[in-house]
Design a protein around this ligand. Structure first.
Ligand code: KG4
Ligand code: ZN
Length: 478
C-alpha cells in the first residue's frame, strides 16, 4: 500500500537511499520532508512490512517537482517504479497541479524509459549538472486531463460473500464493502447454496448503497456496472446479476459480466502493474488451474484438476478431521506444528493436470485405519502430511509449466493463495522471476477484484446485454 512516509519507515528508506544515490539525502533531510507535509509529500510503498519504493513531490502553486523515486535494489524491474510514478501523478493531479517537472541524469536509462513511458518531455539539457560531471535533462509532463478516468461499480456474489466496490481506471479505490456468510455456513460444515442465495438477497441492496455512500459518489458518477457472471453457485450468481442489471437498466450504464477467476488474477494490479506473458496459478475452492496469459485479453488453461479442486480437498480433509468449515485456514494452522510422521501418496498425473481426490481418500483411509486400531490421530501431523504433498505438487507442476511456457511473471490467485506454507514454497522456488503473491486481505472473495478485472473488459469494450445468462461453470477462456 502506498501511504505518506512516517518516521518509523526512515531506517528502511535510508537503506534504499544509500544504495541508490551517490549523493544520498541525510536522515535530517528526510525528517524535514516528513514534517513539511504541506509543501512536500513523501510517499512509501509498503508490502508485507517492507518498504519497496518511495517517491517525493514538492508543490509550487500550479507546478510540482518530482524530486526523486527510488526502488529497493532487490525489487527493481518488477513494476514498482511505475506504480509509484503513477501514484504521484494522480496525487499531484488531484491536488490541482497543472505541470510536473523533474531532473534526471542523462545516463540513467531505466529512469528515462520510465518517464518517457509516462509522456514526460525533455525541455532542456543542463550541462554538468551532477558532481561527477554528468548532464541532466529537465523533463515536464502536463497533468490536465481532457477526460476523467472512468469509474466502475462492481458486484460479487458467486459464493458466500456479498460485495460491492468502486474503482477508477487509474486504480483509485473509492470503496470496497464485503459481508461474509461464513459464520452461517460454518454451522452446516459447508456452503448451502439455497441459504447462500437467500442471504445474498438480504444483503445486496444495502451493500451497494453502502459502497456508493462510502465513495461519496452518486450513480451519475459511475461509468459502467460490473458483476460476476460465472463461475459460481447459480442461485448466488443470479442475485448479483439482477442487482447489476437493475442498476444498468435504471441508470442507463453499460454492463460488464466478469469471470470470477480473472478477478482473483487482476486484483494483483493493486500491488503493481502486471507483466506479460504471465502464468497464473489459480487455487480456489472450485478451481485449480495453470493459466497462461499472453496479454490481458488472452487466457489459456494449460493445466487443470481432473477431480477435486485444491480448496475443496482442504475443506474435505478438515471435515474428515472433524474441524470447522472452511478447512483451509484450519489445516494451514495445524500444519505449522506438525511433523513428518504420516506417509501419504503423491498424486501421479501426467502433464500439467492435477488430481487431489486420491490424496483426499488416502487421508480418509488413514483416519479410518487409525480409528479402527484405537489410535488417536495426531491432527497436526496429518495436516502437515496432506499439505506437503498437495502443495509440492502445485509447485512442481508450475515449474514444468514455466519450462514449457516461459513467462515474465508468475501470479498466485484464489482463496488458497492465503496459505502460509504455499506462499513460503512459492518464494523459495520462484524468487528468480517476477513473483506476485496477493496480500492476505485480497485472497478471499471481494468486489474490488471484480472491479479490477472489469477495467480490462471496459478497455476492450466487452459488454454484455441485459438478457445475459449467468454461467455457473464458465471457463476462463470464454
Ligand atoms: O477463492 P475462494 O474464496 O472461493 C472460490 O472462488 O472458490 O476460495 C475459498 C477456498 C476454500 O476452500 C478455503 O478453504 C480455501 O480457499 N482457503 C485456504 C486458506 N484460506 C482459505 N486454503 C488453504 N490455506 C488457507 N490459509
Ligand atoms: Zn473466489
Amino acid at each position: 500500500m502506498i501511504e505518506l512516509m512516517k518516521a518509523e519507515d526512515l531506517e528502511q528508506v535510508l537503506e534504499i537511499e544509500n544504495a541508490s544515490f551517490s549523493n544520498p539525502w541525510s536522515r535530517k533531510y528526510f525528517l524535514n520532508e516528513i514534517e513539511n507535509a504541506d509543501l512536500s509529500e513523501l510517499y512509501v510503498d509498503i508490502i508485507d512490512g517492507q518498504v519497496v519504493s518511495y517517491g517525493d513531490l514538492w508543490y509550487m502553486f500550479e507546478n510540482c517537482d518530482l524530486t526523486k523515486i527510488a526502488v529497493r535494489p532487490s525489487m527493481r524491474h518488477k513494476g514498482y517504479g511505475r506504480k509509484m510514478l503513477k501514484h504521484l501523478i494522480s496525487t499531484a493531479r488531484n491536488r490541482g497541479c497543472e505541470f510536473m517537472h523533474l531532473e534526471v541524469n542523462v545516463n540513467n536509462k531505466d529512469a528515462l524509459a520510465l518517464y518517457e513511458a509516462y509522456e514526460f518531455e525533455t525541455v532542456r539539457t543542463r550541462k554538468r549538472y551532477y558532481e561527477n560531471g554528468d548532464d541532466a535533462y529537465d523533463m515536464i509532463k502536463g497533468l490536465i486531463q481532457e477526460t476523467q478516468p472512468r469509474k466502475v461499480l462492481a458486484i460479487e456474489s458467486s459464493c458466500d460473500e456479498t460485495a460491492c466496490a468502486i474503482i477508477d481506471e487509474d486504480l483509485n479505490v473509492f470503496s470496497s464493502v464485503v459481508t461474509s456468510q461464513i459464520d452461517v455456513h460454518a454451522r452446516f460444515g459447508g456452503v448451502i447454496p439455497e441459504v447462500a442465495s437467500r442471504m445474498h438477497v438480504e444483503q445486496i441492496s444495502t451493500i451497494i448503497k453502502e459502497a456508493v455512500e462510502k465513495a461519496h459518489l452518486s450513480m451519475d458518477d459511475i461509468d459502467a456496472i460490473a458483476y460476476t457472471i460465472g463461475p459460481g453457485l447459480i442461485g448466488s450468481l443470479h442475485v448479483g446479476a439482477i442487482g447489476a442489471k437493475s442498476l444498468a437498466f435504471f441508470y442507463n450504464k453499460p454492463l460488464i459480466g466478469v469471470h470470477h477467476l480473472k478477478g482473483h488474477i487482476f486484483i494483483n494490479e493493486l500491488i503493481k502493474p502486471l507483466q506479460y506473458p504471465m502464468m497464473a496459478l489459480v487455487v480456489s475452492g472450485g478451481h485449480t488451474e495453470l493459466v497462461y496469459i499472453e496479454n490481458d485479453q488472452s487466457f489459456k488453461i494449460i493445466g487443470t484438476t481432473l477431480d477435486d479442486a485444491i480448496g475443496e480437498a482442504y475443506d474435505k480433509v478438515a471435515r474428515v478431521m472433524k474441524e470447522a468449515y472452511p478447512g483451509g485456514p484450519v489445516i494451514d494452522k495445524l500444519a505449522k506444528s506438525g511433523q513428518a510422521h504420516y506417509q501419504l501418496p503423491t498424486p501421479k498425473v501426467d502433464g500439467l493436470n492435477f488430481s487431489f481426490s486420491g490424496l483426499k481418500n488416502a487421508v480418509l483411509q488413514l483416519v479410518k485405519k487409525e480409528e479402527a486400531a484405537g489410535n488417536e490421530i495426531n491432527k497436526s501431523d496429518l495436516a502437515y502430511a496432506f499439505q506437503e504433498v498437495a502443495l509440492n505438487t502445485l509447485v512442481k507442476k508450475t515449474k514444468t509449466a514455466l519450462e514449457q511456457y516461459p513467462c515474465k511473471s508468475l501470479v498466485l490467485a484464489g482463496g488458497v493463495a492465503a496459505n502460509s506454507r504455499l506462499r513460503e514454497l512459492m518464494n523459495e522456488n520462484f524468487s528468480d522471476m517476477d513473483l506476485i503473491l496477493p496480500p492476505l486481505k485480497y485472497c478471499t472473495d471481494n468486489a474490488l477484484m471484480i472491479a479490477c478485472a472489469a477495467l480490462h473488459y471496459l478497455k476492450a469494450e466487452k459488454f454484455v446485454s441485459l438478457d445475459a445468462s449467468s454461467m455457473p461453470s464458465m471457463s476462463i477462456e470464454d
